[in-house]
Design a protein around this ligand. Structure first.
Ligand code: FMN
Length: 250
């Protein structure tokens, strides 16, 4: 086992640390920027519903009751619940200048995180791998059919993921914030995705659904499954969600 101070991750944190001295000489890296919104123009589209009706969803009970729950009902999850979770994670809520602000904060309003959905058992939504088009609030179908088993395998064979009604797969388009922050941008990718995931998990709680975050996965297998190259864009985090089984807490 390496000593703590020899870990590459600690070296990376040290190398990207900001200091009062260093910030005076900071220059933007020579990395060309890239569009904030990704879409797949040729993909068949599903316009997401916005007419969810939740009982009054006060924050404290949601925070108190949220748990990582890894069992799911055999009943499908409604498209409304999935749409609410997508909105909670990254829905556009305001505009400020050129920025379209969202439910989750993002360093520099650069929004490097993309969301893909592996849908298995959602009412009114054929199984498939979808990309979430944030700007249009639509799902774009990339690959039809359930890929739940391959997905679970890519996640170190965590079988509960194969039973999830849907799995959120979050990727990072590094260039979006690397063009401003350089190496330090990687730190913000992970803080951004944490905000998004927590919002989704609280939205799962608000809709009476179960959810569990997942960061253990084989990078190449997961990237391949959703069709990203692992360089410009790569998977960094997931969450399985599904309807809550009756009389079962976990
Ligand atoms: C970054 C991160 C990665 C995680 N990865 C996994 C995972 O791969 N598989 C899993 O079953 N749970 C995973 N979890 C869930 C944790 O095990 C769980 O949050 C922890 O046990 C605390 O329980 P709670 O979420 O119910 O409060 C992960 C949680 C986080 C924050």
């Amino acid at each position: 086992m390496p000593k703590l101070q020899q870990l590459k991750s600690l070296r990376f944190m040290a190398e990207t640390a900001l200091s009062r001295q260093g910030i005076r000489h900071y220059k933007r890296p020579e990395i060309s920027p890239v569009a904030t919104f990704k879409n797949y123009p040729a993909a068949p589209r599903v316009v997401l519903p916005r007419n969810w009706t939740l009982k009054e969803a006060r924050l404290s009970p949601l925070l108190q009751n949220r748990r990582s729950r890894r069992s799911f009902s055999t009943e499908p999850l409604s498209l409304k619940s999935l749409a609410y979770m997508l909105w909670a994670g990254q829905g556009i809520t305001a505009s400020a200048g050129n920025h379209r602000l969202r439910t989750s904060p993002s360093a520099g309003a650069l929004y490097p995180i993309e969301t893909y959905i592996s849908a298995r058992e959602i009412d009114e939504l054929p199984a498939g791998i979808y990309h979430f088009n944030v700007a249009e609030f639509e799902l774009e179908l990339l690959v039809p059919g359930s890929h739940a088993d391959e997905l679970a395998l890519a996640c170190l064979n965590q079988q509960f993921l194969a039973q999830a009604a849907a799995v959120f797969i979050w990727t990072s388009v590094y260039r979006r914030n690397a063009c401003k922050y350089g190496d330090r941008g990687l730190r913000y990718v992970f803080t951004d995705v944490g905000h998004i995931c927590q919002n989704v998990l609280l939205a799962a709680e608000a809709t009476g659904s179960n959810g569990c975050p997942v960061a253990a996965f084989f990078d190449d297998e997961l990237n391949q499954l959703i069709g990203v190259d692992g360089k410009e864009e790569s998977a960094i985090y997931l969450a399985g969600v599904g309807a809550r089984p009756e009389n079962k807490e976990d």
